[in-house]
Design a protein around this ligand. Structure first.
Ligand code: SAH
Ligand code: MG
Length: 234
């Protein structure tokens, strides 16, 4: 890295620490969640605290009572999201890996959120299709508009399919947020990658209004795609 790039990188990291210090200081539960994740040998690919605060704020903004997360890992982002719920609110988090789910359930219990958060294991697409068919999680036959906010943060290859399910499962006026949508590859107009396909699908979707919010992470810049389902769109 050139000196200029290095100093810009340092400054971005400092900005992120500044924002976190003011708006997103981690409490003991969040610190312990990251520690438990590391102890269990999970890669620390959780969102940052400042992104957690943005998710928390978005959940409050849309008055979320029902949240769906795709990709639990150790429960770090689930804790940020679930803290925006009212006492009778619920978060359902989908996770492929049984070990990740076990670590997450322990962390969520430590956070006092066991009664509000369910971690469901299996391939996310299978769980989403079951939700669509009204097999679980809702009043029979009313799978459409089940959730106020959907957070997509699992395997990138699945993102476009998750988006299609999320649009059906979120209510009009609800939000669909996706992590890790700004990477170097998006700048290559010839690259046919899952994230480029996701961003293009999001931009073109007639039922959604969306943009990408660039965010600071310890490895540099990343992005959260934020979309709202139009009122009157199903
Ligand atoms: N949202 C978490 C990070 C999730 S990391 C946080 O910020 O704290 C991505 C997770 O998606 C991993 O735990 C991985 O096991 C899970 N995953 C990968 N493929 C999946 C699939 N097909 N279905 C459900 N989860 C999947
Ligand atoms: Mg992520």
């Amino acid at each position: 890295m050139s000196d200029a790039a290095e100093s810009l990188y340092d400054r971005m990291a400092a900005y992120d620490r500044y924002i976190a210090g003011l708006f997103a200081p981690e409490d003991d539960v969040l610190v312990a969640t990251r520690a438990a994740m590391q102890e269990a040998g999970l890669r620390p690919i959780n969102i940052s605290a400042t992104s957690g605060q943005l998710l928390y704020l978005l959940a409050l903004l849309c008055g979320a009572r029902r949240i769906l997360e795709i990709g639990t890992l150790a429960g770090y982002s689930a804790i940020w999201l679930a803290r925006a719920l009212p006492a009778d609110g619920r978060l359902l988090s989908l996770e492929l890996d049984e070990q990740h789910a076990a670590v997450a359930r322990r962390n969520l219990a430590q956070a006092g959120l066991a009664a509000q958060v369910e971690v469901r294991t299996g391939p996310a697409l299978t769980s989403l299709q079951a939700l669509r068919q009204g097999e679980t999680g809702g009043e029979a036959g009313s799978a459409t508009g089940l959730f106020d906010l959907v957070f997509i943060d699992a395997d990138k290859e699945g993102y476009v399919a998750y988006l299609e399910q999320a649009v059906a499962l979120v209510r009009a006026g609800g939000l669909i947020v996706a992590d890790n949508v700004l990477r170097e590859e998006v700048l290559d107009p010839d690259a046919d990658t899952p994230i480029r396909r996701y961003n293009a699908a999001l931009a073109a979707h007639p039922a959604l209004v969306a943009t990408i919010v660039p965010v600071l992470r310890h490895r540099g810049v990343d992005g959260l795609a934020v979309a709202v389902k139009r009122r009157g769109a199903g």
